[in-house]
Structure formats: C-alpha cells, structure tokens
Design a protein around this ligand. Sequence first.
Ligand code: DC
Length: 244
Amino acid sequence: MPVLKTDHPSAPMHIPDIIIAIDGYSSTGKSSFAKRIAREAGFLYLDSGALYRGITLFAIENGMIDSNNTVDEKRLADALPGLDLHFEAGKDGSLTYMGERCIEKEIRSLAVSRKVSPVSAVPCVRGYVDRKLRELGSRKRVVIDGRDIGTTVFPDAELKIFMTADPEVRAMRRMKEMIGKGEDVKFEDVLENVRERDYIDSHRKVSPLAKAPDAVVLDNSHMTPDDQMVWIRDIVSRLPGASD
Ligand code: DC
C-alpha cells in the first residue's frame, strides 16, 4: 500500500458535512479508526455496537434472556420504546448511558459479549438501534462504525468504508489485546474464533455483514494507524466540497 506524503496524519482534517459509515470484520480496528477520524475532523462518533450492548445489558438485568440465549422478544419489544440509551461526552470520548447511569464499563464485560449476538439478531432490537442512529446522524458530521451502517442504516452515506485484514493479522492483534488484559490464550484458538465470527457475522439472516457496492475497501493488514489516517485524508480530499 503506497503511503501518500500529504499532511501530518494528526493535523485537523477538513471534511464537508457528510456521514461516514465504517463497516467491517471484527478486530480490524474500526472503532479506533472511527474515533480518530471524529477527533481530527470534529465529527461526532457513534458506536452502534455500544447500543446493541446496552440493550443486551438491559435484557440481562430484566430477565429477558435465558441461559440458552433465548430472548423474550415480546417483553423486550414492549420495553424498548421506554428505554433511554444515549451517548454523553466523557474525558476520553463518548460514553454510553442508560438513563442517568453510565454503563460504558458493563457493556464491555464478558457477560454482555456472550449474549449480544442473539439480542442483536432480534428484529425489534435492530429497529430500535437503526432509528436511534438515524436520529443522531440526521445532522450529518458523524462517523459511525458497525456491521450494516453503509448497507442498511445509512445506505446514502456520502462515504462508506469497508475494513478488512488477514485473519492471521487480526488474530495476532486480538491475542496481544487479550494477553494485555491478563488472559492466557493460544494463537490457534484465537484464529479459530476470528474465522468463526467472520462466518456468523456474514451469514446471519438479519442485516448480515456485507460490503456496500459503493464502499471503499481498507485492508489494513500491513498498515499502521498513521498510514490509515494518510489513506483517509487522500480519500476525503477528493470528496465534492472538500477544502483541502
Ligand atoms: O462492534 P461490537 O463488538 O461492539 O458489536 C457488538 C455486537 O453487536 C456484535 O456482536 C455485532 C453486533 N452489531 C451488529 O449486529 N450491527 C452493528 N451495526 C453493530 C454491532
């Protein structure tokens, strides 16, 4: 991947009033990339996965999902209109809230991670998240990451990015992250899990992970975070209305 020598990769970025949709495989660094774009461009970052995780926490705490991962769809559908999930600005970026309670830490727990797949497959859950994202994104100047943002939530987004990387590279990144958290893992097991999640994400019935036909592919197997910023700066400089 040739790296273009343009601006310093951390200088403020000038992007017209658009929606940037970032989708892609797990462990491709979507959220770090999206957060950095938001910071440097003065955009709002929306983490769609955090909303799925917030609903999952709500379902767990209210006994709406059992040990076999069966979701009580009726009760959840009745409760969702009254559920206040939103983002508030924190010291290190945006934080997820349920009403007045900050749930940022809990939604990243293993208990939530284990249940988020069945909950995010429920149609009323997807409807709730889609509506919330559309409401928040209606004023533009947002960067949103997820699995179906460019295909389902914002099919008219002006810039769509589809992130991918070699499974081995993603497994290595994930393994380092897990070891950093004190977990004892084998590379082969992590690689198997990465492949399995790729399969589940792209084969589920509701809103499967797919590249939108007009998305730009970013394969970051051999790129650093700074290389990615140089890449995006080149892309946005060619958008209609770009000033740099
Ligand atoms: O990005 P994440 O790991 O925080 O996402 C949590 C879960 O939510 C993940 O299992 C897939 C699901 N998800 C989804 O189905 N659609 C999205 N747009 C974002 C996340």
